[in-house]
Design a protein around this ligand. Structure first.
Ligand code: SAM
Length: 294
């Protein structure tokens, strides 16, 4: 691929999906685009830039899809899910006792392991929430990973990654060579196509945002814009969880780190409610934070 063509492809990927491609990734670009070229009847990936310049929306979508990294697994890194179970959800149950409504966003959900892990955790550890309105909204830029996520079918290899066998037996049914998420768990998750470069206002507001292992593909300006828009989507007392290698430090002051919970961020404009504010809320009982303090 000529350097002009590489530059054209890198600009397109940055503008459309936020993905940053440095020159040393030329080989990666060409390798990943081989199947896209074949699918569109082109002899080689080198012909893709010219075809794109002629304008082909389907080809552009396939190029973006081919350049995303969809690696994911159930209960990835375990720690965020322990924090969700032991701290974040108990606090929010205290805070939202009146409205009995919780909304969780799994932004960049890939093939669905993240939102289904959240759904399993809620079903197994928070029977009280069965009487609440709980919505898990899972979004991604890639229609093909979303189609797989909606189906909820996983290979033996995929269910062996991060998923304890008791949860496999409880929440999945075996179909031929695959394992399928049971319908009651699938119904807990709504999948929707969404590009993180766009304004998420139409998605509504959330109590918890999982935005894990996707910001690392973006440049600082893109990360800042996404984080700032997300901070507008978080309800008071809510929490943001990023991937282990991701942070808000030096990127956005719309967020502050939670001093007690590793890897958890609070919106600067909508800070976590302190013990006094919580006590002033009607129906508030002793909170996990207070219990930790005594
Ligand atoms: C490595 S996976 C992370 C999956 C999951 N959050 C986890 O931590 O296991 C990254 C996902 O981000 C998605 N993605 C990349 N760019 C995106 C964008 N601009 N908007 C929305 N999703 C995007 C990819 O399609 C991919 O499924």
């Amino acid at each position: 691929m000529t350097s002009a063509d590489f530059e054209y492809m890198a600009t397109l990927l940055r503008n459309r999906a936020g993905i940053v491609l440095s020159v040393d990734k030329t080989y990666l670009l060409e390798t990943r685009l081989m199947s896209v070229a074949r699918k569109h009847g082109l002899a080689a990936p080198e012909q893709i830039p010219a075809a794109l310049r002629n304008g082909c929306a389907k080809l552009e979508a396939d190029v973006i899809e081919a350049m995303t990294t969809n690696e994911t697994l159930f209960f990835r890194d375990r720690h965020p899910f322990d924090t969700l179970q032991n701290d974040i959800l108990p606090e929010l149950i205290d805070l939202r006792g009146q409205s009995k409504c919780l909304r969780i966003w799994s932004a960049a959900c890939s093939t669905g392991q993240e939102p289904y892990s959240i759904a399993m955790l809620i079903r197994d550890h928070f029977p009280l929430l069965a009487g609440w309105q709980v919505e898990i909204m899972a979004t991604d830029i890639s229609p093909s990973v979303l189609a797989r996520a909606r189906e909820g079918r996983y290979t033996n290899f995929e269910v062996q990654r991060g998923l304890p066998v008791q949860l496999l037996v409880r929440h999945f049914e075996q179909t031929a060579e695959m394992w399928r998420v049971r319908p009651e768990l699938r119904r807990m998750v709504t999948f929707r196509e969404f590009n993180l470069l766009d304004d998420p206002a139409a998605l509504g507001t959330f109590d918890i945002i999982f935005c894990r292992n996707v910001l690392l593909y973006f440049d600082v300006e893109t990360k800042r814009a996404i984080l700032e828009r997300m901070s507008q989507r978080l309800r008071a007392g809510g929490a943001l969880l990023l991937g282990t290698s991701e942070t808000v430090y030096g990127i956005s002051d719309a967020w502050v780190t939670d001093q007690q919970l590793r890897g958890v961020y609070r919106s600067n404009g909508r800070p976590r409610l302190g013990p006094i504010e919580r006590l002033l809320k009607p129906g508030a009982s002793e909170t996990p934070l207070q219990r930790r303090a005594t």
